[in-house]
Ligand binder design. Structure first.
Ligand SMILES: [Zn+2]
Length: 118
């Protein structure tokens, strides 16, 4: 039997740190429930052309990072919801138990090892 309490703690720690990281590069849009990368202040106002390309790259980077973190956060939230409804630790493809070492490495894993590439 899986110790869901143990994994819930791990997931909550990860959720907190993901939200902190997102908070530094993005703002949460409460209408769409989506994290949006924040533009540079300089992009909104005066900026000389030499810097413009660099700044844009920074924003692109932040957008990419925001997407990555947001995807991870939604997996974590999904796993927490599964703990609540009693389906945590079951493969979403086969419904077989997910190996404990896999959950230990990734508590938000959605599939067991047999279906990790599905
Ligand atoms: Zn499976």
């Amino acid at each position: 039997m899986i110790n869901t309490h143990h994994f819930k703690e791990k997931l909550e720690v990860e959720k907190k740190s993901l939200e902190e990281e997102l908070g530094q590069i993005a703002i949460f849009n409460t209408e769409t429930n989506i994290w949006e990368a924040t533009p540079d202040k300089e992009m909104m106002g005066e900026i000389d052309d030499n810097d413009a390309a660099d700044r844009f790259e920074d924003f692109e980077e932040r957008s990419g990072m925001t997407t990555t973190l947001q995807t991870r956060l939604s997996d974590v939230n999904r796993a927490l919801a599964k703990i609540e409804n009693g389906t945590y630790g079951l493969c979403e493809v086969s419904n077989d138990p997910i190996e404990e070492d896999r959950l230990e490495a990734n508590p938000a894993a959605r599939t067991n090892k047999a279906h990790m590439n599905d």
